[in-house]
Design a protein around this ligand. Structure first.
Ligand code: DP6
Length: 346
């Protein structure tokens, strides 16, 4: 007998960036962060989790057809937490099949470049955790699951919710208060769009995990970012989302992306995620906003050169139209189209 469950999880793109860990073991961040979950079906991870006594191997994970190492602490932490929740169900009710000890087989597909700074680990671990939670018929809510997904990859905790999502850094040493929460559902501000500019689909040079550790250890700009700038911006951003104030949303988004990349440059040895094409995208956004006389487009970059441009549907022509006309598909740019947000809470 094979027990099986499937799910998909969308990517999320942070407008206040998570960068820095206060505890690598529990994967706890030095600052809170806030993101927007993208709903488009080709920016999702689809994952099937199954378990069976007939599986000869131990736990396995196949990502885009390739066998992955599951012995890493991150994946193990997720498996362990989910198994222990299932075990509790089995212990409390003898009619619940005892499947928590069976080997797990996880099969995942990404429809976008893996590790190119397109939040693939976010969708990946969110889908992995939810697929196993479904397989085990766990009653835990998205908040509880976000606490588990966080241990797989920090940004993954935010992909358990749709719309506008915060991740509070928490104060506890065991991470019990470090989880994601919904700031507002996508339906609150459904006009929001995200344009993904694929500058490069190549794997990123410095992984976020390694990069942020080096930043924490060496950057002198980092403490003020984590302790002063981000806490202030979290409040401004939550208010901007509540009030559907795009000018503030856009300005804070761009400034926080710049602040994050400044700490990367201030890291020793320095980390460069942006390239000339990224900088050209920033210039295009600046000229769009200058022509409009206000902020109608906002760029943000994760740990790679690809740009995500947020804008409102009413400015589709001025923003997405201009990017497509100016750049099209040439010079290594791929314009992915405006992504609609997730209407449901994932
Ligand atoms: C720049 O979530 O990939 O995208 O917790 O080590 O897996 P780990 O890091 P990860 O870092 C994401 C960094 C970021 C900003 C963000 O998504 O908030």
């Amino acid at each position: 007998q094979i027990y099986l469950a499937s799910t998909t999880a969308p990517v999320n793109i942070a407008v206040i960036k998570y960068w820095g860990k206060r505890d690598p073991k529990f994967n706890l961040p030095t600052n809170s962060s806030l993101s927007v979950t993208l709903a488009q079906s080709d920016l999702r991870t689809h994952t099937t989790a199954s378990c069976s006594a007939s599986y000869k191997t131990s736990d396995s994970l196949l990502l885009n057809g390739q066998d992955q190492d599951v012995s890493g602490a991150r994946t193990q932490a997720c498996f362990r937490e989910l198994r222990s929740l299932r075990q509790k169900l089995e212990d409390s009710d003898s009619s619940v099949p005892k499947i928590s000890t069976l080997p797990l087989k996880i099969v995942s597909e990404n429809n976008f470049p893996t590790a190119a700074g397109l939040a693939s680990s976010a969708a990946g671990f969110a889908a992995l955790v939810r697929a196993i939670a479904n397989l085990y018929e766990l009653k835990e809510d998205p908040t509880d699951l976000s606490r588990i997904a966080r241990q797989g990859s920090g940004s993954a905790c935010r992909s358990l919710f749709g719309g506008y999502v915060g991740w509070q850094k928490g104060e506890q040493q065991d991470g019990s208060d470090s989880f994601a929460y919904q700031v507002a559902p996508a339906s609150h501000w459904p006009q929001m769009r995200a344009l993904i500019l694929v500058v490069s689909a190549a794997k990123k040079g410095v992984s976020s995990t390694t990069g942020m550790q080096t930043t924490v250890a060496t950057s002198s700009l980092f403490p003020s970012r984590a302790n002063e700038t981000v806490p202030r911006r979290m409040k401004e951003m939550e208010k901007a989302v509540q009030e559907k104030d795009f000018e503030t949303f856009g300005k804070v988004t761009m400034m926080d992306s710049n602040s994050f990349h400044a700490t990367c440059l201030d890291t020793y040895p320095p980390i460069f995620y942006l390239n000339d094409v990224s900088r050209a995208a920033i210039k295009v956004v600046e000229s769009i906003n200058a022509a409009a006389g206000k902020i109608i487009a906002a760029y943000t970059f994760d740990a790679g050169p690809n740009a995500v441009i947020y804008y409102l549907e009413e400015n589709e022509k001025e923003v997405a139209g201009l990017f497509k006309a100016a750049i099209g598909e040439k010079d290594g740019w791929g314009v992915e189209r405006g992504q609609k947000l997730d209407a449901n809470s994932a």
